[in-house]
Ligand binder design. Structure first.
Ligand SMILES: C=C(O[C@H]1C=CC=C(C(=O)O)[C@@H]1O)C(=O)O
Length: 426
């Protein structure tokens, strides 16, 4: 599966939203994994523990950038869904009309919403197919075929915008500026370039990510693929949830030692401080949208195969009609990917990080016609190069506070790059 170079400009929808006819039907006897159904071009995916949905084709698409991007996307989706004729015979989250989407970290980084022609979804024992067609040409549900991805061989990795040593020195600079009182926390990121012998079939790393990181959300949207552990926001039937992560320790592979490390993470004042900034930013952004909110006082330790994180699950009851995307817009950028205070951290990132993040650390997810959906933060991910299909940019960042050690932060970003490196066969 390639990223369909050039699709961004060619398929951009700027005029009135098209009128779509949508039908979701349950299908029996489908035992293949959702990702197995992805064709070799332009597939979309959102999978966790075998559930989720995959899609292909483009029934409608909006490309957005600029300070009004979230509002533009919401208006487009509102118009598209109100004009659509939807026959949903399944009635579970993800059936009916859905779009996949991703947004840049900054206003200038482009993002998109995509409605596929075909969506295959699964929730527990229910598997369904959704077809989306223009009103004039109602399509029949396709035969579900299993496709084999091509293995990725001989991947070489090279520094991206900065060497590790240079990146550590900008972390040291950030620590000085935090100590001087300019700000409290900033999240700094770096990139790594992966170059394979042959064009990269994105389905290969996607399968490996979904297998190795079943508790993460494995995604593919327009050439951005990854397995993220951080749920920015889910809205489902009036319930709003968010999983906030910040504060990290590497795993060693020795279970007993890792348990001791988890205990030290839970006591680390530097990590607890870093985590607290992130929780506060999420709680403050969600508060106007919730009647009652549960924000646990103490984080738990989330164990992933490569790292452990301090984690807090925030929950609330929606008190207004804000869609999942509206909530994601209110939350982005949280202090898990930007810092505190947000504007100062954002400026510092622009000043010293030395690279364009693109859609890394922006919202990535999906939404249905009622506005329910899930938006995660695009972490542990890579961006396929639209001009060179053998190449991907991989990303990782780390939260910097007054007590941060630049070498330890560099090691942390290396641990966060492991999922994508392994998925590409390193
Ligand atoms: C910015 C990243 O992680 C964020 C999410 C979890 C833990 C983080 C940390 O401990 O620094 C970061 O805030 C990344 O994975 O690239």
């Amino acid at each position: 599966m390639s990223a369909s170079p050039g699709s961004r400009a060619a398929l951009a929808t700027r005029g009135p939203a098209p009128q779509l006819v949508v039908r979701s039907q349950a299908v029996d006897g489908v035992s293949a994994q959702l990702l197995d159904h992805l064709p070799d071009e332009g597939g979309l995916a959102w999978v966790r523990r075998g559930d989720g949905h995959v899609g292909w084709g483009v029934a409608a698409r909006l490309d957005v950038a600029g300070s009004n991007r979230f509002q533009e996307a919401m208006t487009w989706w509102q118009e598209l869904t109100s004009a659509a004729v939807i026959r949903d015979e399944v009635g579970v989250p993800g059936s009916g009309l859905v779009c996949f989407g991703s947004f840049g970290f900054t206003d200038q980084d482009p993002g998109e919403l995509v409605v596929p022609d075909v969506i295959v979804g699964r929730r527990g024992d229910t598997t369904w197919v959704t077809t989306v067609s223009p009103a004039s040409s109602l399509g029949a549900p396709p035969e579900l075929v299993v496709h084999e991805p091509s293995p990725v061989y001989d991947v070489a990795f090279a520094d991206g915008a900065r060497t590790g040593t240079d990146w550590s020195s900008i972390v040291a600079d950030a620590v000085r500026r935090i100590t001087a009182g300019e700000l409290e926390k900033v999240v700094l990121a770096r990139d790594l370039i992966a170059i394979a012998e042959q064009p990269i079939d994105l389905r290969w790393p996607l399968h490996r990510l979904a297998t190795a990181y079943p508790n993460c959300w494995t995604f593919s949207v327009d050439g951005l693929i990854g397995a993220t552990p951080e749920l920015l926001v889910r809205r489902e039937k009036g319930l709003i949830t968010s999983r906030v992560l910040a504060g990290t320790i590497r795993r060693t592979g020795d279970d007993e030692h890792d348990l001791a490390l988890a205990a030290s993470l839970a006591r680390s004042s530097k990590d607890l401080e870093e985590h607290e900034f992130a929780v506060r930013s999420v709680a403050e952004a969600l508060e106007p949208h919730c009647t009652s909110m549960n924000v646990p006082e103490t984080p738990f330790v989330l164990h992933l195969p490569n790292v452990m994180h301090l984690a807090t699950d925030v929950a609330g009851v929606a008190n207004n009609g804000a869609s999942a995307l509206g909530l994601a817009a209110a939350l982005h950028p949280s202090a898990a990917v930007c810092g505190t205070p947000t504007p100062v951290a954002r400026d510092l990132i622009g000043e010293i990080e030395g690279m364009q993040r693109g859609r890394f650390s922006g919202p990535v997810g999906w939404m249905d016609a009622s506005g329910d959906g899930e938006w995660c933060i695009a972490l542990r991910c890579g961006q396929a190069d639209p001009d060179e299909p053998r190449r991907m940019r991989l990303f990782a960042g780390a939260g910097i506070v007054a007590g941060s050690d630049p070498d330890a932060e560099l090691a942390e970003t290396n641990a966060k790059l492991v999922p994508m490196r392994d998925a590409l066969g390193d």
